[in-house]
Design a protein around this ligand. Structure first.
Ligand code: MN
Length: 201
């Protein structure tokens, strides 16, 4: 299959969950732009409960996990990450208010964004991120403002278990003294807080 066909198929759940006439979120109909650097984004999302949506561009979509406590810069911290549906790549810029009665209703800011490179290997060969997600283990190097360096996402348990763990790898970017969730609450895109966006729409 063409990559775009794969992406469209993988966005079926995204479209099914949303009434795209009622939410300001991207429709996903824009084809993914080709490029050498892959994007990552962490969106802070005040829905029924606050969480951080961690997304990696792979295979023409954004592979996504919801992290209740957000990523950490401390390698000793394991953060629960619940996989969510693939999102369109242009979602990485989305900041705004999803109407209360719609899916994911609440406020979203682009909390951190940048590019990443894939570090996932098996038997000394690179594993594509989309395949690594299927296998349940992904290792990436992030180049963001709040988050940088190596991170590993690993599915725990077997079978249909949908819990993953995100952990900072031990490298020069690890820093147990930082706590971006507490000390850097604002958008890396606009400098706005969730409250600012909620007020301004
Ligand atoms: Mn979310």
């Amino acid at each position: 299959m063409e990559p775009t066909t794969v992406a469209r198929k993988s966005l079926h759940e995204y479209s099914r969950k949303r009434d795209l006439d009622k939410t300001p979120e991207p429709s996903g109909s824009e084809p993914a732009k080709g490029g050498t650097s892959l994007r990552f984004v962490v969106q802070k999302h005040q829905a029924s409960s606050l969480h951080y949506d961690f997304r990696l561009e792979a295979g023409g979509v954004l592979k996504s996990w919801a992290i209740p406590k957000g990523p950490s810069t401390d390698p000793r911290e394991k953060r629960l990450a619940m996989p969510t549906e693939d999102h369109p790549v242009d979602y990485s810029d989305f900041e705004g208010v999803i109407p209360e009665r719609e899916y994911g209703g609440g406020t979203v800011i682009v909390w951190d964004a940048g590019t990443y490179s894939n570090l996932t290997e098996r038997d000394g060969r690179e594993v594509r991120v989309e395949d690594a997600v299927d296998r349940g283990h992904v290792k990436v190097w992030l180049e963001g403002e709040k988050f940088a360096g190596g991170y590993a996402l690993t599915r725990t348990g077997g079978g249909g278990d949908s819990r993953w763990i995100l952990v900072k790898l031990r490298d020069e970017k690890a820093d147990a003294r930082r706590n971006p969730v507490r000390s850097q609450p604002r958008s890396s895109k606009s400098g706005r807080s969730l409250e600012d966006v909620e007020r301004e729409g």
